[in-house]
Ligand binder design. Structure first.
Ligand code: FPP
Length: 255
């Protein structure tokens, strides 16, 4: 991205181009109501659908949602199966509606561990929607940033071993191009719900210059107001990308 484009990506009117969300708090939402955790995830899926609409409305062009991490396999088998079922139903049932709304669907994460029929569903969803002009919805499923970087490093190593790539050609761009997110812009804003303030192995490479907003709102309650509040916080930040930025309190001698 050019420096000019970067500098205009925050400020009073700016809408972040790419928003990534760690959707957290489904379990606590259910627990607070004496409901099973699964009900929290079901309501979480409703919040996901609502957020896709709200994000498109707000002018966001890329929305990445962390829906299952490489570490989530450690959860009880029943919960893992339920989350796999939710993804399956989401891809099957929502696909036509998303397609008609012009949404481009992408799934990132390690597909090798997924059942063959689920992989086929994902591939069909991506193929059907790839030419769509609207919001790009990226679902991170069986995703872990370290796993993604290891897979990218392995791909580079294999190309070097095969004599197709020189070690000196291993640059930031070369590694980026082998990540699951190769054709996506880096996130401008990362939101985590439920009051937790961890990154949890999410987009560690891609979020190098992202702004982070942590909100106490539990994911099933995440609504337009919560999204707008996160965007408002983003607008108040000054993004400097390692530079010194414009006139700041520092440059006039104020701490
Ligand atoms: C974190 O809440 C949430 C998840 C691990 C799953 C997120 C899933 C959805 C939002 C449903 C949509 C899913 C798909 C696959 C499309 P948590 O269970 O860790 O909550 P807790 O920290 O309160 O226990």
């Amino acid at each position: 991205m050019s420096e000019g484009a970067r500098q205009s990506s925050s400020g009073p009117e700016a809408v972040p181009d790419h928003v990534a969300i760690i959707m957290d708090g489904n379990g606590r939402w259910a627990q607070m109501r004496g409901l099973p955790r699964q009900e929290g995830h079901r309501r979480g899926l409703e919040a996901l659908r609502r957020t896709v609409r709200n994000a498109a409305d707000a002018g966001i062009r890329f929305l990445t949602l962390y829906s299952f991490s490489t570490e989530n396999w450690r959860r009880p088998q029943t919960e893992v199966s339920f989350l796999l079922g939710l993804l399956r139903r989401f891809v099957e049932k929502d696909l036509i509606e998303l397609h008609q709304a012009g949404v481009r669907v992408r799934i990132i994460g390690n597909r090798a561990d997924l059942a063959a029929d689920l992989r086929a569903l994902i591939e069909r969803a991506e193929a059907m929607t790839q030419g769509n002009p609207g919001l790009t919805l990226v679902i991170a499923f069986n995703y872990g940033s370290r796993d993604e970087m290891v897979r990218a490093a392995r791909a580079l190593a294999e190309e070097v071993a095969a004599g197709r790539l020189s070690p000196s050609a291993i640059t930031e761009e070369a590694l980026s191009a082998r990540l699951d997110t190769a054709d996506l812009p880096d996130p401008d804003l990362v939101i985590r719900t439920s009051g937790e303030t961890r990154v949890s192995n999410f987009l560690l490479w891609q979020a190098a210059y992202a702004e982070f907003v942590f909100t106490p709102v539990l994911w099933p309650d995440f609504d337009r107001e919560a999204l707008d509040e996160a965007i408002a916080q983003y607008r108040r930040r000054e993004r400097r990308y390692g530079g010194i930025g414009s006139v700041t309190s520092r440059s006039v001698g104020v701490a």
